[in-house]
Design a protein around this ligand. Structure first.
Ligand code: BGC
Ligand code: NOJ
Length: 805
């Protein structure tokens, strides 16, 4: 069952009922100002950091779901009837409802009793404003007198503190109102040099800034007092909870339409210019912002700029293909999600509260893989930011806060896979851009400028970090965890609520990871390739030697008869072995060893992939391990804390599935690779939205596994490494078009049904026009000439490539 449809021409997903199985969200903003918005207007806005600079309040896990947003109320002055044009928060049935989530904007259409409304929410490029354009039209036959009320609730900046420190926070709220603008200036009197405002471009009849006054004590947002009474009382919030609500009156003749531009703005003011007189804030910068968007035609212009921006972002890789679902994933939604995850890492979504996690060292490096071709300059900046949090011994802070860009000491370090991802991120950047100058950039360790070294030094320390941390089988130690944050083999937590990620009460040097072993071999291949183009022969040899030694260790100590082991625990016992009662086979080590090319010689790679199919593959995707743990194991950590079939305990952890697609493609099992791709790609799952439940336009982190009560039901949509890795799997391995150090590699692993596919890939200034054709004379043809070399140098403006199969 579906709850909408794709409009590919407009690059929108159109939701046709407000009652989606879960709020289906979208993101606004592209660089500094961001918002999340649901299909009924819910969500919140923040500047750069969802924790430290939250502009508006949201109530996570509230009842009813998805409460607080940028809400509007329409009220018929004659009858007193009022409703929400986005359905929430009143939830009165509308005659017409439609939500169009597009790239960087959301448009919600609602109609009731002859009054049609259309609200477009977006954050213009290079602007710290969020615009809500509201159109109201009389579609009936009589004159209508209406009031329009806006509503949003300010957050007192630090979202974490805002939700906890009530003894202070209920006293600090301050606002100012001038004309149609409501300024939120809490803490501006002291150490904050920034404020927010909510403005509208027309004269208001009244306003409200105090939440209690607007809603009424013991009332709620679906029946607010001011709306019920048809006017606001010009309340001035003093402490308690500051909000912004404008009341506007309009008279609409039949067919007449009114348009309003609301701006939620964020402004920073230099310390010496904060006030114009005692307590009166300097409104000039806000007025400047407003002036820009209140001009005639300015909103339309900003919207077309946004659409041109997105066109440019998507341009480097476009496909025409007989499979329309595949095309919409590759052309629109997968790259869109890649950009959002690049921007926000795992900070703010419907499932990530914005206060928990900053930018992940591992996460952000992986996100780069799906983003680097979109805006390489931003990828470059990000790499330098991440590298600056690396520790001197090559280890890494697991996370950092985007506002401060400093390593997050609450979480600390000790995830022993982290450093290797930096090498992969940098290699991907250089392959895309050929910009080896990045390696010479001076980058601090531990954010300490005195410890700065060229970036290339960071890569070596990452590489040696693994070699310096080998266990008894000469396999990499796991530390707190590897890619699987929940395989906590040195944790042994007995304390309820204790964080599995930060507790490490065993200082063991026994627990080893086959996932890191595979990742290391894979990374060595990439790194050696880089050293080769740099002419660093000696280093290249050292890397290749270390790679071979690791391959030998994997061969001797890393295998069960039918698959790769997953790890050795604190006591030196095997994890992910047929000898175990549960958790016999894990996906990660199969994936990484095979992607690294381990097991090719004796065919063990095929054997392991067959085991994946036999034990782990399901119709909804491939589960992470099997059988899941039915009991808590103190020596395994969080993995065994989840009920069987969820998350890392046997869930379909979608991030891992593309690794298997890549492995299958590498081994030439093209049918299987595409089949696995289709099992989890959201556009293919759209038909079963009632089971899948999450947005059908973006990947979720997890789909409940076969052992779960709700097999096939997704969770944790949007912010997941699944986006980048599926993009890599489909574009670089299945379609087979990937950057190399010298040119663009074309090595498709496709099936007959993709014959006729055409791809345009812009790479280092060259437009590659690639076509997949069924034919007799098989092979790769570059500008009409057959070639055995699959890495095609960018030596002309346009290069025609035909792959005949
Ligand atoms: C989740 C992991 C996540 C980790 C982050 C765990 O509870 O299961 O998927 O990476 O938290 O800290
Ligand atoms: C989500 C985290 O963001 C990611 O870093 C981790 O690899 C996976 N969970 C698996 O645990």
């Amino acid at each position: 069952m579906k709850f909408g449809y794709f409009d590919d021409d407009k690059k929108e997903y159109v939701i046709t009922t407000p009652k989606t199985p879960s709020p289906w969200i979208n993101y606004l903003g592209s660089e500094e100002m961001f918002g999340i918005i649901s299909n009924t207007g819910g969500g919140y806005t923040f500047y750069r950091d969802a924790k430290l600079r939250r502009l508006t309040r949201y109530r996570y896990n509230g009842i009813p779901a998805d409460q607080n947003g940028r809400y509007f109320y329409l009220r018929d002055q004659a009858s007193g009837e009022f409703w929400s044009p986005t359905w929430q928060p009143i939830r009165k049935e509308l005659d017409k409802y439609e939500c169009r989530h597009g790239l960087g904007y959301t448009k919600i259409i609602g109609e009731l009793n002859g009054i049609a409304s259309e609200i477009t929410y977006f954050i213009p490029l290079k602007s710290n404003t969020e615009i809500h354009r509201v159109k109201v039209k009389n579609t009936g036959k009589e004159l209508r007198k209406l009031s329009l009320f806006s509503f949003l609730e300010f957050c007192l900046w630090n979202a974490d503190d805002d939700d906890r420190n009530f003894q202070r926070n209920l006293n600090t709220g301050e606002v100012e109102v001038e004309g149609s603008t409501i300024y939120h200036k809490t803490e501006f009197r002291e150490r904050r040099n920034h404020y927010a405002y909510y403005a509208v471009n027309k004269a208001i009849s009244s306003f409200e800034t105090d939440r209690e006054t607007f809603i009424g004590t013991y009332e709620n947002l679906n029946n607010p007092r001011s709306v019920r009474e048809g006017k606001c009382s010009n309340s001035l919030a003093s402490g308690w909870s500051p909000i912004a609500s404008h009341c506007l009156e309009m008279e609409l003749k039949p067919g007449q339409e009114e348009e309003f531009t609301f701006i939620l703005g964020y402004v920073e003011v230099s310390k010496d210019k904060k006030f114009t007189s005692v307590g009166v804030i300097n409104k000039e910068p806000a007025k400047e912002q407003m002036g820009k968007f209140f001009q005639e035609g300015a909103v339309d212009k900003a919207l077309s700029k946004l659409s041109r921006y997105w066109k440019k972002i998507l341009k480097p890789f476009q496909i025409e293909c007989p499979d329309e679902k595949l095309a919409r994933m590759v052309n629109i939604w997968n790259p869109y999600q890649c950009k959002v995850t690049f921007n926000l890492s795992r900070s703010a979504s419907y499932f990530e509260s914005g206060v928990g996690r900053g930018m992940g060292f591992r996460d952000s490096n992986q996100d780069l893989l799906g983003f680097v071709h979109q805006v390489p300059e931003r990828a470059r900046e990000r790499i330098l930011d991440i590298a600056a949090t690396q520790l001197e011994d090559g280890g890494a802070y697991h996370q950092y806060q985007p506002l401060t860009k400093r390593g997050n000491s609450d979480i600390g370090d000790g995830f022993y896979d982290d450093p290797l991802w930096l090498i992969l991120g940098v290699c991907a950047y250089i392959k895309e851009t050929n910009d080896i100058s990045i390696l010479e950039e001076s980058v601090p360790y531990e954010n300490n400028p005195e410890l700065a070294m060229p970036l290339v030094d960071h890569l070596f320390r990452s590489f040696y970090f693994t070699l310096d941390n080998l266990g008894p089988h000469r396999l990499p130690l796991i530390g707190r965890a590897d890619w699987n944050d929940c395989l906590n083999l040195n944790c042994f937590s007995e304390e309820p609520g204790e964080s599995f990620q930060t507790t490490g009460n065993k200082t063991g040097r026994t627990a080893e990871s086959l996932m890191i072993a595979g990742l290391f071999v894979y990374t060595c291949r990439e790194f050696a390739g880089l050293l080769n183009i740099l002419g660093e022969e000696e280093h290249e040899d050292a890397v290749r030697e270390a790679k071979q030694t690791m391959i030998d260790s994997i061969k001797h100590y890393g295998r069960d008869p039918e698959w790769y082991l997953r790890a050795y625990d604190f006591f030196g016992n095997k994890i992910g072995s047929d000898e175990c009662n549960e958790g016999k086979i894990y996906i990660e080590s199969q994936a990484w060893c095979i992607m690294a090319g381990v097991g090719k010689q004796d065919g063990f790679d095929r054997k392991a992939l067959d085991s994946v199919e036999k034990y782990l593959a399901t119709k909804h995707g491939i589960v992470l391990q099997d059988p899941p743990y039915s009991e808590y194991h103190v020596e395994l950590g969080e993995v065994s804390s989840y009920p069987p079939g969820y998350k890392e305990n046997g869930g379909i952890f979608c991030h891992t599935n593309p690794w298997i697609m890549i492995a299958e493609a590498m081994l030439g099992n093209n049918e299987k690779a595409l089949d696995y791709y289709r099992r989890i790609a959201p556009a293919y799952r759209e038909e079963i939205s009632d089971i899948h439940k999450m947005e059908p336009y973006v990947y979720s982190q997890m789909i409940a596994g076969k052992a779960a009560h709700n097999f096939g039901q997704a969770k944790n949509s949007w912010l997941t490494g699944t986006a980048a890795w599926n993009y890599v799997a489909i574009t670089q391995y299945i379609l087979g078009i990937r950057p190399g150090y010298c040119g663009l590699i074309v090595e498709p692993h496709i099936t007959d049904e993709l014959a006729g596919t055409k791809i345009t890939r812009h790479f280092r200034g060259t437009e590659y026009r690639i076509e997949f054709i069924k034919g007799e004379d098989k092979g790769l043809f570059v500008d009409g000439k057959k070639t055995m070399i699959t890495e095609i140098l960018p030596v002309a403006d346009i290069i025609d490539v035909q792959y005949i199969f």
